[in-house]
Design a protein around this ligand. Structure first.
Ligand SMILES: Nc1ncnc2c1ncn2[C@@H]1O[C@H](COP(=O)(O)OP(=O)(O)OP(=O)(O)O)[C@@H](O)[C@H]1O
Ligand SMILES: [Mg+2]
Length: 212
């Protein structure tokens, strides 16, 4: 019923890690019906979902035309369709934005990332003009280090990226999150990861509130 995508033209900002944890949280913790489109040819989300042995439909679709045509069909079969986009703002990403209700744009607190977020928001804005205001969008700071000047600057910048909202919850740089993919786990199934799980949980609740 709602397509939520994770996108940014920049690679390595945490799209797949956030998308995977969001999928796990929706399905295993909130008990919602979820399906997944992995639009990235690297297929890291598909591989991670396989390692987790989750009972979930994951569709690997990277062709832009197919994304535009198939996402609206797949959306009808679940409550949330989560799309992990490739690390570029190419045609595939634009086609996902044509179908999405909400775009989550992760950035890491660095000058270059802040520029890439502005470029992503620009494309969201163009799409909104064509689609009467959709997709809605929000920017989240990922891999943040507490009490740093870079984090403060990033917090200021993301409040100015209208029409995207700035998520209140920040996701900090944590070893457990970095280890999760290789271990085929999530922060909910690993030891000593309560803080990371709690941060994710608060962010995901914010996403659901805005994606209504
Ligand atoms: N909060 C975090 N703390 C520590 N490491 C993180 C965090 N978020 C993501 N990472 C790590 O950063 C790297 C990049 O993350 P990820 O693959 O999710 O990014 P991506 O945006 O999907 O990249 P790509 O554009 O290549 O698809 C991975 O090694 C991941 O484990
Ligand atoms: Mg990825």
């Amino acid at each position: 019923m709602a397509v939520i995508c994770f996108t940014n033209l920049k690679g390595g900002v945490g799209k797949s890690t956030l998308a995977l944890h969001f999928i796990y949280w929706l399905l295993a913790i909130k008990k919602r019906s979820v399906a997944v489109v992995d639009a990235d040819s690297q297929a890291s989300t598909s591989a991670w979902l396989e390692a987790l042995e989750m009972d979930i439909k994951c569709h690997r679709i990277t062709d832009p035309d197919q994304l535009a045509e198939e996402i609206p069909e797949l959306e009808k079969q679940c409550e949330y369709l989560v799309v992990d986009c490739p690390g570029s703002l190419g045609e595939a990403t634009r086609c996902v934005l044509l179908t999405a209700f909400f775009a989550v744009i992760p950035i890491t607190p660095s000058g270059l990332d802040l520029m890439s977020a502005a470029a992503a928001v620009r494309i969201v804005k163009q799409t909104q003009m064509a689609r009467g205001g959709l997709p809605k969008a929000g920017v989240v700071i990922n891999k943040a280090v507490k009490n740093t000047k870079l984090l403060k600057e990033a917090q200021e910048v993301i409040t100015q990226l209208e029409p995207a909202v700035a998520f209140k919850q920040i996701i900090y740089q944590r070893q457990a999150i970095a280890d999760a993919f290789l271990q085929g786990e999530t922060v909910w199934s690993m030891k000593g990861t309560q803080e990371a799980a709690s941060d994710y949980q608060k962010l995901f609740a914010e996403i659901l509130r805005l994606a209504r």
